[in-house]
Every structure is written in C-alpha cells, then in structure tokens.
Design a binder for this molecule. Structure first.
Ligand SMILES: Nc1ncnc2c1ncn2[C@@H]1O[C@H](COP(=O)(O)OP(=O)(O)OP(=O)(O)O)[C@@H](O)[C@H]1O
Ligand SMILES: [Mg+2]
Length: 458
C-alpha cells in the first residue's frame, strides 16, 4: 500500500505545489481547503499523514486536529504554523500532533519531516506486529514425512509459494497439519517478511468476527471509541489465515469474497474503501463441497478458494510417517524435558503404527509427550502408551510395518491376512456370509480364521 498524505491549506497555490511534489514522490495525495473537506476526506479514504495549516477559513487548526485524532488515532499530523505562532504550535503538539513546521519553509525540510514521520509510523506498526506474532516461529514450519502423500503436499506448497496472490484452501481432518501448511506457504513465499495474521472463525462470535477481520471506525458501535484496524489491514503485504472457514456465516463469506476479488473492503461503520495487498489461505476440516450443496457455504467463494487446494492426508493413510514423526517428537521432548530417551521398544512401535490416529499428528504428538513424561527408561514401551492404542486392531495391512527402513519387509503374510479379514468384516458389519463371499472362502474357514486371529475379540 502506498503511503497517503492529505494536504490541508486554504492557500491554493501552496496546496497545488505540495500536491505535485508529493505525488511525484510516489505518495497517494489528497487535498482539502477547509476543515469540512478535511473530515470528509478522512472519512472516505485511508490517510497516513496530514499536513495541516493552523489557520483555516472555517475552523481553527487545533479544533480540526482534535476531530482528526478522534476519528483515527493513528493518523500523523504535521502542523503548518505561522512563524510567530509558537504557542499554538506547542498546543498542537500537546493535542497529539506529530510535529510542526514554520511557514514559510523549504520544501526539502518538509519532505524530510514527512519521510521521517512515515518511517516512524511504519516502525511502530512493525513493532506491534512483532509483538502479536512472536509466537509464530518460522523454523517450525517444516512439514516432516516421507510418505508419497506428504511429499506431494510439500511439492504443492512449493509451487503455491511461488505464486503471490492466489488464494489457497487447505483441507484435512483435525490435527493433520493444516496450520503448519499455512505457515509453510507464507514463510516460503515472497510475503514472508510481511505479517501472517491468523484468525479462527469458529472461536469468535459472528458479531465480533466482522470487526476482527475488517476493523471498525470510531462510532461504528457503542464501544468503538476509536478506529481499529482489522486483520486484512494488519496483514497488508502478507498473508491472512482464515482457519475453520466452514464456520463462517454467509454474510461474512460474501465480504471475504469481495476482498479476494478486489483487494478492497470497508471497516465496520466506515465509508472509505481500503485497499490492501494480501493472500488469503483458508482451512477447514469440513466438506465444503457438501456444504455448498446444502446451501451452507457460498458457491462463488468456494470456487474462488478451490483454485489451489492442499489436501492434508490423515495419518492412518501414511503409516510410513508415524514412526518418523514419533521420533521427531521424542527429540523435541528430550530438549524440552532435558531427557535422553532413545526411541521405542519393538512392541511400542507396533502399537504406534497399528493405531488409526483419529486425531492425527496432533494426537501422536500428545501421546508422545505424555509417554516422555511417564518414562524413566531409555525406550518408550507399551506401558507408557495410552489405553486406546492397545485396543485397536490394524484396519489396513500396511499398518503392521514396524521397520522404518523398509516398510515392505516389515509385513508378514499372516499380518496381511489378519488385517484384510478384519477390514472386510468391519466393512460388511460382521455379516459373515457376505464376508466369506467377498474373501472367496467358506463360512467354516472364515470362522476358523476369526478364531485363529482372535478377531472376535475386537
Ligand atoms: N508433517 C508434520 N511434521 C511435523 N509436525 C507436524 C506435522 N503435521 C502436523 N504437525 C504438528 O502437529 C500439530 C497439529 O498440527 P496443526 O495445528 O497444523 O493441525 P490442524 O490441521 O490445523 O489441526 P486442527 O484441525 O485441530 O486445527 C502441530 O503441533 C504441528 O506442528
Ligand atoms: Mg488448526
């Protein structure tokens, strides 16, 4: 966003001279000759800095300064005062002016003052942003995994991060790494030095969500004592992460669509168009396509987001990653708790790869952390693993992998058979005649195998 300057002076010649000077410097420039015009401009446009003449035909410069500050505390105001009027200048500074300059002035002096002011302003914004964001760490955005599915995800992300504006939709079950993927996209894109602003659409009531996203103007509602910037404004130049977008109400969905299409929006209670440069990344664990069919999600927004989709695969479909991630979390916890756990016992490994991980990587991470706290030994054993892991049956043949280095060698024929029978039975809701047909064996053989593998104990 180009910085914008408003020049307020009743002297038309001076006004036009300054207008030209600053426009040539690349600023967006507005001008006004009266106090009324001034207020109209700042109500309608986003202004970063105002050069304000102390003497205006309709009002006193100091009064207008107060009104400006009431409307938008963040606008910088530089007062232009008559040489003799030191007292007013002091008053202006006390009322929140950023600085003042005596008339007549050298153009260069004014330009320096403006540049310095805008620089300070952007530094202040930057510091605020860093405060807000200090928990997001760049180095934590690596997506680990060796499975073809996760390799594909990494390739997609690499491709997406080369694009600059395209919106992205990240889909996946809970705990599969959607937020991690959003971090990865942002931090490997050209926008990485700019903010990544996140919001969870399901965690905030609808009424607040709108002002969180778009900000509000003073007086937009009772508590709006001053203006506030929303997420899209704060993320200018960077990325907005809209988590759980499926929970967003249709009236906000259409506002989001508008930002994505025009890169403009208005603050709540505002009339001025604000232009931003942001990339939106949305995430959901819901089936948006179905929601569109059910009339719960706007079709146009869905199609807009669908241009780039990243599917985060569930952990149970990429068994190769389980032990690798488990090891990674062991190392993380070793550092955190100052321990020296080496890994897992064979039985523990088996339980980890067999389990279906409904809570995906997040659940795995929690299970490992818990086990690390419980263990005193060098290896984590089934004893430190939660009950659920000992309950389940492998529901997919590859689940029995226990050797990371070569998954195929880790599966015995018996394992395969047991797992396949178990799957078929589950799928057919334990209808044994259907299952025996599907498996191509007699009912008696099926019964025998169920007994042999203790499948009825599941
Ligand atoms: N491939 C991975 N490599 C390393 N860590 C991962 C990986 N996938 C997920 N994680 C970690 O697992 C945890 C859950 O990931 P994340 O919060 O991104 O998931 P999510 O899909 O947003 O979950 P939810 O739907 O519950 O919000 C995080 O701590 C994340 O760092
Ligand atoms: Mg999440």
């Amino acid at each position: 966003m180009r910085p914008s300057i408003l020049i307020v002076d009743d002297d038309e010649v001076l006004r036009e001279t300054l207008f030209d000077v600053f426009r040539k410097k690349g600023y967006e420039v507005f001008s006004a000759g009266t106090g009324d015009e001034t207020l109209t401009v700042i109500r309608r446009y986003l202004v970063d800095l105002i050069l304000l003449d102390m003497r205006l035909p309709d009002v006193d410069g100091l009064d207008i300064l107060k009104k400006i500050k009431e409307l938008d505390t963040e606008i910088l105001v530089i007062m232009m005062t008559a040489y003799s009027d030191v007292q007013s200048a002091v008053k202006a500074m006390k009322s929140g002016a950023y600085d003042y300059i005596n008339k007549p002035f050298e153009l260069e002096e004014l330009q320096l003052l403006v540049e310095k002011g805008l620089e300070t302003k952007s530094l202040i914004n930057e510091v605020r942003r860093l405060h807000r964001q200090h928990r997001v760490e760049h180095r934590d955005s690596h997506i680990y995994g060796v499975s073809p599915q996760i390799q594909y995800v990494r390739e997609m992300i690499e491709m997406i991060s080369k694009t600059n504006k395209t919106s992205v939709l990240i889909q996946g079950e809970s705990g599969t790494g959607k937020e991690l993927a959003a971090n990865a996209i942002h931090f490997s894109s050209k926008r990485s030095a700019k903010p990544l602003m996140k919001i969870n659409c399901s965690a905030i009531p609808d009424s607040l969500l709108e002002s969180e996203l778009f900000g509000y103007e003073k007086g937009a509602f009772t508590d709006a004592k001053t203006t506030k910037k929303g997420l899209f404004e704060l993320a200018d130049g960077g990325t907005v992460f809209l988590d759980e977008i499926g929970e967003m109400k249709p009236f906000l969905q259409s506002k989001i669509l508008r930002v994505l299409e025009n890169q403009t929006f208005m603050r709540v209670g505002g009339e001025r168009e604000i232009k931003v440069d942001v990339r939106a990344i949305a995430a959901t664990n819901r089936d948006l396509e179905q929601m569109v069919r059910d009339g719960l999600f706007r079709k146009d927004l869905y199609y807009r987001l669908k241009v780039m989709v990243v599917e985060m695969p569930p952990l149970r479909e990429r068994v190769e990653d389980i032990l690798l991630l488990a090891k990674l979390f062991v190392e993380e916890n070793n550092k955190e708790y100052n321990k020296d756990v080496k890994g897992f016992s064979e039985e523990a490994k088996k339980l980890l790869v067999q389990y279906s991980w409904p809570g995906n990587v997040r659940e795995l991470k929690n299970v490992i952390e818990r086990a690390m706290i419980l263990t005193d030994g060098e290896y984590i054993t089934p004893k430190q693993l939660p009950f659920e892991l000992k309950q389940t049956e492998p529901n997919c043949a590859v689940k029995v992998i226990s050797d990371l280095s070569d998954p195929v060698l880790g599966i015995s024929l018996e394992d395969m058979e047991r797992s396949h029978i178990s799957n078929v039975l589950k799928r057919l809701e334990w209808n044994k005649s259907k299952a025996s047909k599907a498996l191509g064996i007699s009912r008696a053989t099926l019964r025998a195998k169920i007994k042999r593998y203790s499948l009825d104990a599941i």
